[in-house]
Design a protein around this ligand. Structure first.
Ligand code: NAD
Length: 577
């Protein structure tokens, strides 16, 4: 179990706002504010355990480490770099002004040891923590961080399968956690109807309070009936049901109610801490997890297996079914491999996927809907107003809208975001921007800071789920045309080039999204402090960071990526690859 030596106190660790510095420079101050913002109870899922989102994705190792990082950031000079090893500060080294102020490595294990079992042993000894993606790289901004990505996915589904709108269609999924909580809003923003199972009532309540979800139900049959009626009326409504995902899918199968689409965003990547087994209640599960973690994992993986089987049953009846980046399919395949006798009357998954590839069961959302965006260097560009003033985000929204007047989907997104997205913690915005666009936005924000049109510097970052920063064969790099799904040189080059180009902090992680052994990925954050030096850093970092993603996809054989590469003169001199 995670060790927490001291207690997290939200008052003591309140995020500073305004234009007064607590550190010796704005980059250090940005790291301090973003770290504390990650843990802000409005933002984090379980701040008392230092868990930000994504199962057990933590911002720091423990409260002692948090205190020590805060102390270091407050005294860090403009030519020094703080090193963080899996959430614990270990050194300050002399570097130079253009170097990152913080370098972070999270949950790295030598490949033969890269399993949850080994990680759990290390975590128990206090030697490691799981950084997920943006939790461990201090750039999580609450559910908004994923909402536009989820919105884009459902918009692509609408275009591909439903003539451009989700009106009158029913979308079933599960999990209303930090990221999964974005699903209901992303679906209703596309005019569709969402029916979502969530095992923990407090999570449903949190999404109601933050206006990501419309309704809460306890009775599964009544919720299904409400969904059926709403589909008939073409009502864009999101319905949360307090129940286990397996139970909801069982009833849908029994009642022969076939959703138009079906996916899942429970934290199935982490069967011990992120997935509730369906045969026992969450209360019983908590006790079992504490006293017999091995048995808990047995229960959870059995449930995941049945969960996937039910999804396949609904898929066969016509539901467009896809994986939403939580490694559910691979966990089910692994369960069957380890328990060849326990098929529970279902036909073996091995028959559908003789080579053990998760994508043979149903596709992942990246190859199905997102990859063309990655080929243009598009990804989840986000920014945060360090002042804490929502007006600063309104100013940046206007600037972004004026920079890209021809981009209709971006214009629509900005209007919807302004109207529907409630800020959590420091005001922030997300916009999927591509190659060339990110540099323009970054320089424009730096100008706003320089002219005093915003009250304090702006921080720019991104999810690790981006074009060039992840190797994750069951997610971002599933089904690459040249078979390079598991090649992890790219995220490592990404972290190295962002460090060399002068990002403000850079992080390299293992296991985010899909769990131990399944991914390597890198994070990047850069601060617009209004200086001329920042202009130069922004130009380099915001070109190179997506640029490497374009090159990675061109190298894998995508024509669209090759065209983007040529258009933006990326790659080798003369664009020879
Ligand atoms: P989280 O841990 O904050 O939330 C998971 C939620 O699932 C919890 O609320 C939990 O109660 C619920 N849950 C678990 N088992 C359940 C079950 N059997 N039935 C019903 N509810 C159940 O995680 P999160 O941040 O929301 O992320 C969810 C998953 O999505 C993770 O695996 C994460 O890695 C992945 N992810 C996907 C994307 C993406 O873009 N698709 C991005 C980030 C993360």
């Amino acid at each position: 179990m995670p060790q927490v030596s001291k207690i997290y106190d939200p008052v003591k660790y309140k995020t500073p706002t305004g234009s007064r510095l607590n550190c010796k420079g704005w980059i250090q101050e940005a790291a301090l504010r973003m770290l504390l913002n990650n843990l802000n109870p409005e933002v984090a899922e379980k701040p008392e355990e230092l868990i930000v989102y994504g199962g057990r994705g933590k911002a720091v190792r423990n409260v002692d480490a948090l205190d020590s990082i805060i102390r270091c950031l407050k005294t860090l000079e403009d030519d020094e770099t703080l090193l963080i090893q899996s959430g614990k500060p270990v050194a300050v080294f002399k570097t130079h002004k253009d170097a990152p102020r913080v370098l972070i490595s999270n949950s790295q294990l030598v490949p033969k040891w890269a399993t949850w079992e080994h990680f759990d042993e290390l975590e128990k000894k206090g030697l490691m923590r799981f950084g997920q993606m943006t939790a461990g790289s201090w750039i999580y901004i609450g559910s908004q961080g994923i909402v536009q990505g989820t919105y884009e996915t459902y918009a692509a589904i609408a275009d591909r399968h439903f003539g451009g709108s989700l009106k009158g269609t029913l979308h079933v999924t599960a999990g209303l956690g930090g990221m999964g909580g974005a699903q209901p809003l992303a679906i209703t923003l596309n005019d569709g109807e969402a029916l979502i199972a969530e095992a923990e009532e407090w999570r449903v309540d949190k999404r109601l309070t933050t206006k990501y979800l419309d309704e809460k139900w306890h009775d599964i049959d009544a919720a299904i009936q409400r969904a059926v009626d709403a589909r008939k009326k073409g009502e864009a409504v999101s319905i949360g049901v307090v129940c286990n995902a397996v139970h909801l899918l069982e009833r849908l199968c029994e009642l022969n109610v076939i959703p138009d689409t079906l996916t899942d965003q429970t934290s199935a990547h982490d069967p011990l801490m992120g997935y509730w087994p369906h045969e026992i209640s969450p209360e019983q599960a908590k006790v079992l997890r504490e006293h017999d973690p091995r048995k808990y994992v047995e229960y959870a993986t059995r449930s995941i297996y049945i969960h996937v089987q039910r999804m396949l049953e609904l898929k066969e009846k016509g539901a467009i079914t896809f994986d939403y980046g939580n490694n559910l399919r691979a966990m089910a395949l692994e369960y069957e491999k380890n328990n060849p006798a326990g098929l529970f009357g279902f036909s073996p998954l091995a028959r559908r996927s003789p080579d053990g590839k998760a994508g043979r069961l149903f596709p992942g959302f990246v190859p199905a809907y997102i990859r063309p965006l990655f080929c243009e260097g598009k990804g989840p560009f986000r920014w945060v107003a360090l002042s804490g003033d929502p007006e600063d985000i309104a100013v940046t929204d206007e600037v972004v809208a004026s920079l890209f007047p021809e981009n209709r989907s971006l214009q629509r997104w900005l209007r919807l975001a302004k109207e529907k997205i409630q800020f959590q913690g420091l005001p922030a915005r997300i916009c999927w921007l591509g190659q060339g666009e990110r540099e323009l936005a970054g320089l424009a924000f730096n100008e706003l800071v320089r002219c005093g049109k915003v009250k304090a510097p702006i921080v720019i970052g991104r999810d690790h789920l981006d074009t060039g920063s992840v190797a994750s064969p069951n997610r971002e790099t599933e089904d690459m045309p040249d078979g390079s799904d598991a090649v992890a040189d790219w995220p490592i080059l990404n972290a190295l080039v962002n460090t060399a180009a002068g990002a403000s902090w850079v992080s390299l992680h293992h296991g985010g999204g899909v769990g131990m052994g399944y991914s390597i990925h890198a994070g990047m954050v850069i601060v617009c402090d209004g200086s001329k030096e920042a202009d130069e850093r922004l130009k380099r970092v915001l070109r190179n960071d997506p640029g490497l993603g374009v090159i990675r996809h061109a190298d894998a054989g995508y024509d669209l990526a090759r065209q983007t590469m040529h258009k933006h003169q990326l790659g080798l001199p003369g664009n020879e690859q």
